[in-house]
Design a protein around this ligand. Structure first.
Ligand code: SF4
Length: 475
């Protein structure tokens, strides 16, 4: 089986994972090609299209060719996005990326990526000249039709890639040698020493004796402490003392040891003490793309296109407001709809305030006329997620504070299951599909799904707050 560039990058990130994928595909946890992955692939083609458009307009256009394949006798397979065959016999290589800078470290080291391509081209008999990484220009702001010349940055990375060639050659040999082996140590893998964010889907295969939940369910576990637990073969939370973990990890461990949720009513009360009515439960959906879809946006800059807002007054009255853009546009109408719905006083309740506040600050920077309103929202924002980080923690959350993880445990009657659109990535994809959908009925169905999903996000917050209030009342 040939070693492709994608395989090689996987090898650099984790040799065992590549081995398992190639040698035991029947047990390798292939994820489906997610909607998000499809979007990235589509965007990659779009960016390549602009590179092609640009190159074909150059005086020396005939020197360029695209998707050039190099296959070598020792098993390398490379497809280079664009090559230039120069009159001096050298070949320049161009790797096209949808990022806004050249990435030079794992998990996707684009310099190594280019080094692999250069080595494959050389082994296939080419004399390689310059090596470019073509990426998006972060400073580009769309104004009318996309201007490929301004959109793209041609970074000459010849020197940095050449400096990596010897090292990359050795790594390629190691990768090829690994793939010759029919057996490796499948009894564990190096991610035992790393927190869960680093684990891939093969973790369970290589570490079948690690229980669930385990020490990896402790939030932000890592470093010397994790290494100590692992070296002492203590993976079970029952073997970990409360005095051995951080304040943030203690609620998770307490819940495990007590066999019931950890509750700190005083902590929850502190949250309620800073609330001012009416309460505005707010959630945004955003769309980011390699090629900005509206004027005024830069590559990969998020565009808020939807919000859901539940308003809870002091007497328990609940009203719902929502907005969903019917076309790709700057969020003027969205902001105006928010201004209509959000009064001058009252707390803004969100889940993970970093995300919502980032959108508000970005919009404030883009629309100075609305800055007072949007930055005022930032000032008034409280994060309901904090309650489920330290005030009420169930081991069934498995160390996560994602609302998608908390909600089914705390309020199993409220569920995202079975929804046409059930997470932020699907919402982003659903909105793009809605805009492109010519059939009115299908478009209306997508619109309905988007509205239902976002509404559930804020209704879930309302209900989770009620749940937290119930704890205080009962205490
Ligand atoms: S979990 Fe194991 S197989 Fe997966 S990346 Fe980490 S070391 Fe590799």
């Amino acid at each position: 089986m040939p070693l492709s560039k994608t395989d090689f990058i996987q090898y650099l990130n984790c040799p065992k994972s590549l081995w398992l994928m190639q040698k035991k595909p029947n047990v390798y946890p292939f994820g489906g090609f997610s909607e998000y992955a499809k979007k990235l692939a589509r965007e990659g083609y779009l960016v390549e299209g602009y590179v092609r458009q640009l190159a074909e307009a150059w005086d020396n256009a005939s020197e360029f060719s695209f998707q050039r394949v190099f296959e070598t006798d020792d098993g390398l397979y490379a497809k280079v996005d664009m090559v230039r065959t120069r009159s001096d016999g050298l070949m320049d290589l161009y790797e096209v990326k949808s990022s806004t800078s050249v990435k030079d470290s794992n998990p996707h080291n684009q310099l190594k990526d280019a080094a692999f391509q250069a080595i494959a081209a050389k082994r296939a008999g080419e004399r390689v000249g310059s090596i470019f990484i073509v990426h998006l220009n972060k400073a580009y702001v769309r104004a009318g039709n996309v201007n490929p010349e301004e959109l793209l940055t041609f970074a000459d990375e010849t020197a940095r890639v050449n400096a990596l060639l010897a090292e990359t050659e050795a790594e390629i040999e190691d990768a090829l040698a690994l793939l010759q082996k029919n057996e490796i140590d499948e009894g564990s893998c190096t991610c035992l020493m790393l927190g869960r964010a680093q684990h891939c889907d093969s973790f369970d295969y290589f570490n079948p004796t690690v229980p669930k939940p385990s020490i990896y369910s402790l939030p932000r576990i890592g470093g010397a402490k994790l290494q100590k637990f692992v070296s002492e073969d203590r993976f079970d939370l029952g073997e970990i003392g409360l005095d051995e973990v951080t304040k943030l990890q203690q609620p998770v461990l307490r819940s495990y040891k007590d066999g019931q949720p950890f509750v700190d009513a005083a902590d929850i009360e502190n949250f309620f003490n800073v609330l001012h009515y009416p309460l505005y439960f707010l959630d945004y959906e955003t769309y980011a793309s390699a090629i900005p879809i509206v004027d005024g946006l830069s590559p990969q800059e998020p565009l808020p296109f939807q919000f859901s807002l539940h308003v809870l007054d002091q007497n328990g009255g609940l009203t719902h407001h929502e907005y969903l853009a019917d076309e790709a546009e700057q969020p003027w109408s969205l902001i105006e709809a928010l201004e209509q719905a959000i009064g001058p006083t009252g707390s803004i309740v969100v889940w993970n305030k970093t995300f919502e506040n980032t959108q508000n600050k970005n919009m404030a920077a883009r629309f100075p006329d609305k800055a007072d309103f949007l930055l005022g929202i930032v000032e008034r924002t409280v994060d309901l997620m904090d309650v489920f980080k330290t005030g009420y923690v169930d081991i069934a959350f498995d160390g996560s504070t994602s609302i998608k993880r908390v909600l089914p445990v705390v309020l199993p009657d409220l569920t995202y299951e079975g929804m046409e659109i059930a997470d932020g990535t699907a919402a982003m994809d659903g909105w793009a599909k809605m805009l492109a959908e010519p059939d009115a009925d299908k478009r209306a169905a997508l619109r309905k799904s988007l509205l239902e999903y976002c509404e559930l996000d804020t209704l879930a917050m309302v209900r989770l707050l009620e749940f937290a209030r119930g704890i205080i009342v009962a205490s």
